[in-house]
Design a protein around this ligand. Structure first.
Ligand SMILES: C[S@@+](CC[C@H](N)C(=O)[O-])C[C@H]1O[C@@H](n2cnc3c(N)ncnc32)[C@H](O)[C@@H]1O
Length: 365
């Protein structure tokens, strides 16, 4: 049976170059070989590590944020607690443990996990243990039933495929993936010049200079629209956390990570994690257009500190052995230090207008 690179090669030879969106979709989601269908990507033994895996402090802070949000929404007796792309289930487990202190919320919450990887679904079930009676899995956000909701997504939007356009000689050319038969390798090629770029006109009016790449994720746009529409219709709040930028200044952020190292995105399709930085400026504009309230984006550092992560860490350290205390401090530093995840990672909150401002964003937006 053909491998994923062979499948992609045959498709290109037959029908021509693929957009990055097509290449990324196949590499991540091919039912047989897609990276997020078959791999166990997260953790020390995987390809990368995420905030909830670094420290329990992360999930605990998000758990408290959820509990306060539920109260701010008027403590509904039924609420969907939705997580997009829960990975190993660490964050949702930490959240469920944390909200033990608000039993009415825990009772009200129905857990909906949107996860395309069946193996990870099993792992999530295992991580949550007995606390999972009220838990439902979905392949996509579309099948989550309608009700008031709190939605969380950590490092989900970055996995949504993007397209790239290069500005050259006053035109836009789409960057595409071709196959070079002589070299027997995937290679970059530029599509036909277009005088306008529909995404660009919508999201910025800045002047572009030769050689600049503009990225856009249509799938991130669709998801943001669906979440925002859901918020207006059913009431709710979404907290989206990811690496990304507030303003699209142009540039290529398409990347591949394998065994904790950056690799060439055109190599090892299906075996490396492909992602791109999230355009939070676009998320904000899209959500505002639909009519939801937007707080942020702010840095992960500011968000966690405002939620009290340092105080919580100190409490934990005071009760710990020296070795445990060092681990807690190291994890905290990694989450909030400017040089690590503190600045690169951003947090944005979308909510309906008739709830008080979400925790963690005070004085910032
Ligand atoms: C980068 S991991 C982040 C995991 C987790 N949120 C964390 O912070 O550890 C992305 C997660 O989203 C899931 N995923 C990726 N693309 C998806 C898609 N299109 N639909 C549903 N789940 C997807 C992956 O299987 C994985 O669980």
């Amino acid at each position: 049976m053909a491998t994923l690179p062979e499948k992609l090669r045959d498709r290109i030879v037959k029908s021509g170059p693929l957009t990055i969106e097509q290449y990324m979709s196949e590499a991540l989601s091919d039912p047989e070989y897609g990276y997020y269908r078959v791999n166990h990507p997260i953790g020390k033994k995987g390809d990368f590590i995420t905030s909830p895996e670094i420290s329990q402090l992360f999930g605990e802070m998000i758990g408290l944020w959820c509990a306060v949000s539920w109260q701010q929404m008027g403590s509904p007796s039924d609420i969907n607690l939705i997580e997009l792309g829960p990975g190993r289930g660490t964050m949702i487990s930490d959240i469920l443990r944390t909200i033990d202190i608000v039993p009415e919320f825990k009772k009200a919450a129905k857990i909906h996990l949107v996860e395309s990887n069946r193996e990870l679904q099993k792992l999530q079930q295992k991580s949550m243990g007995l606390s999972s009676e009220n838990c439902f899995w979905h392949e996509t956000f579309d099948s989550v039933p309608e009700a008031p909701f709190l939605l969380l997504a950590n490092e989900f939007l970055d996995a949504l495929p993007i397209r790239q356009f290069l500005f050259t000689k006053s035109s836009w050319c789409e960057r595409q993936v071709d196959f070079d038969k002589e070299e027997n390798a995937f290679t970059w090629i530029l599509g036909k010049p277009q005088t306008s770029n529909p995404y660009l006109l919508e999201f910025t009016d800045r002047k572009w200079s030769d050689g600049i790449i503009y990225e856009f994720s249509e799938l991130a746009r669709e998801l943001t629209e669906k979440i925002s529409t859901g918020i207006i219709k059913n009431k709710g709040r979404a907290l989206l956390i990811d690496y990304g930028y507030n303003q699209n200044q142009g540039g290529d952020t398409f990347q591949a990570v394998q065994s904790h190292k950056y690799v060439d995105p055109l190599l090892n399709a299906g075996d490396a994690d492909l992602s791109a930085h999230v355009d939070f400026g676009a998320v904000k504009l899209i959500a505002k257009k639909i009519g939801v309230k937007v707080n942020g984006p702010i840095t992960q550092r500011d968000f966690l500190i405002q939620l009290g992560v340092e105080v919580r860490a100190k409490k934990l350290m005071d009760k710990s052995s020296t070795e445990q205390a060092i681990n807690i401090k190291t994890g905290l530093d990694r989450l909030i230090s400017r040089a690590r995840m503190g600045e690169l990672f951003k947090v944005i909150c979308l909510s309906n207008f008739d709830t008080p401002p979400p925790e963690g964003f005070e004085g910032i937006s």
